[in-house]
Design a protein around this ligand. Structure first.
Ligand SMILES: Cc1cc2nc3c(=O)[nH]c(=O)nc-3n(C[C@H](O)[C@H](O)[C@H](O)COP(=O)(O)OP(=O)(O)OC[C@H]3O[C@@H](n4cnc5c(N)ncnc54)[C@H](O)[C@@H]3O)c2cc1C
Length: 407
């Protein structure tokens, strides 16, 4: 809610209290900078978002000195990714084969994560998060961005001035549009029909990929007693599923894995499904004078590999480092802010490429299942699959986020 006593200027204003925005707010506040965060939602309870964190997440937050904070946030851990073909387990990749330091995958809801980050940020009097307000414009002084205008939940328009404006407002970023940022890359390999159901008795805790004859599905644990299921479909094909009707979809689900039987028996309409377009996007230049995009706003990740939160958080950690340098130099120009993109883009590019290849394979069923089964067995048994996953889900120790910047 809008707080009329809140200061109308700060060192930094951040638009969007997702993982990237809240981590950056906390890190900057920890340095003694004043920070304002504007979040359009009234609280952290949002539509389902990334809830699985990969080993590389723990490398990043440990490097940033936030490991104790994240360890204290409610979470579950699991140690393997399983591949099923027509309901039968055909392969398993252990987290320990991917990362020796953090040999586990973590399940943490975004509301829990963001609440934990805000509680830590609240300890710093210079940090203020304003809910229920959405950014409406950029304030410029010549070419330099020096603040934002935003609309509060009661419809008032306010100005907020800052030396650095950060857009961490996600894949549909308003700041991307307001700043007229251009995309350098966009792809769209698949859509996801998300639904949730109670955990069946047969459910074994973990993350699963089910390859069926006509459908592929991703299953993730959802606290405290549900599972989150994502049907991977080709772009734009949701309409065809609706036209074919619930009976047809129920039959496909049953053929994908027996655990869906209870859910598909009760399927009478499509209200249980939420559609997500899994796009991969990169903005061509992430910074302007006084303005910086981070997280999904700069480099939207698809859900493939469940790595978007980690990549967003890594960029936020680098953005903290670069923003601190801006204040040290008294220089808030694009030239200095560009260091975020310079240091992060090669890694983002690598992850996006793997996501795009995985997306192509998972969204369609191009091969007969006997061949898919053989390929999965071979990729896992030969160590190729864990190696590919390592490229996406871990970060090499000799590639630190906080490498010293040249003076
Ligand atoms: C369905 C789904 C499943 C996913 N699964 C995973 C997963 O398991 N693991 C994983 O790592 N990643 C996953 N991802 C990706 C992950 O959610 C994102 O990469 C990550 O949340 C990006 O963080 P962010 O802080 O950059 O943006 P976001 O989390 O999108 O946060 C942006 C914030 O900005 C706010 N905002 C937007 N517009 C405005 C405005 N105009 N004014 C003020 N505030 C605004 C939004 O309300 C939001 O709070 C998934 C994504 C989706 C959509």
């Amino acid at each position: 809610m809008s707080d009329i006593s809140a200061p109308r200027s700060s060192n930094v204003v951040i638009v969007g209290a997702g993982p990237a925005g809240m981590i950056l707010a906390l890190l900057l506040a920890r340095r003694g900078l004043t920070v304002k965060v504007i979040e359009r939602n009234p609280d952290f309870h949002r539509e389902f978002r990334g809830e699985v964190l990969q080993p590389r997440f723990w490398h990043a937050v440990t490097e940033a000195g936030l490991a104790d904070l994240f360890t204290s946030i409610p979470q579950e851990k699991f140690d393997a990714l399983r591949f099923f073909v027509r309901g039968t387990l055909r392969g398993l990749i252990k987290a320990a084969d991917i990362d020796k330091t953090f040999p586990f995958f973590t399940w943490m809801t975004q509301p829990d994560m963001l609440t934990g980050l805000k509680a830590a940020a609240d300890a710093f009097p210079g940090c203020h998060v304003e809910f229920g307000s959405r950014v409406t414009g950029l304030i410029r002084d010549g070419g330099q961005v020096c603040g934002i205008t935003y609309e509060t939940s009661s419809g008032d328009i306010h100005e907020h001035h800052a030396k650095v404006v950060v857009g961490s407002d996600g894949r549909f970023s308003a700041l991307r549009k307001l700043g007229d940022f251009k995309l350098s890359h966009q792809s769209h390999q698949f859509d996801v029909m998300w639904f949730e159901m109670e955990r069946p008795e047969s459910y074994v805790h973990g993350a699963d990929i089910f390859l069926g004859d006509r459908l592929n599905c991703l299953i993730l644990p959802k606290r405290p007693h549900k599972i989150q299921c994502g049907l991977l479909i080709s772009p734009g094909s949701f309409k065809k599923f609706r036209e074919a009707g619930t009976e047809s979809l129920a039959a496909m689900l049953d053929a994908t894995h027996p655990m869906f039987r209870e859910f598909s028996r009760k399927l009478i309409d499509f209200k249980s499904f939420t559609l997500l377009s899994a796009v991969v996007e990169r903005v061509s230049e992430w910074a302007q004078d006084g303005l910086l995009l981070i997280g999904d706003a700069a480099h939207t990740c698809s859900p493939a590999g469940a790595v978007g939160v980690t990549i967003a958080v890594e960029t936020a950690i680098v953005a903290d480092n670069v923003t601190a340098r801006c204040f040290k130099l008294g220089d808030f120009s694009k030239a200095v802010l560009d260091n975020v993109q310079r240091r992060r883009e090669p890694e983002v590019l690598k992850v996006h490429k793997i996501q795009e290849r995985a997306g192509l394979l998972l969204a369609q069923n191009p091969l007969p299942r006997s061949i898919s089964t053989w390929i999965i067995g071979f990729l896992i048994g030969s160590g190729i699959a864990p190696r590919i996953m390592r490229g996406m889900l871990t970060r090499r120790a000799d590639n630190p986020l906080l490498a010293k910047m040249p003076d």
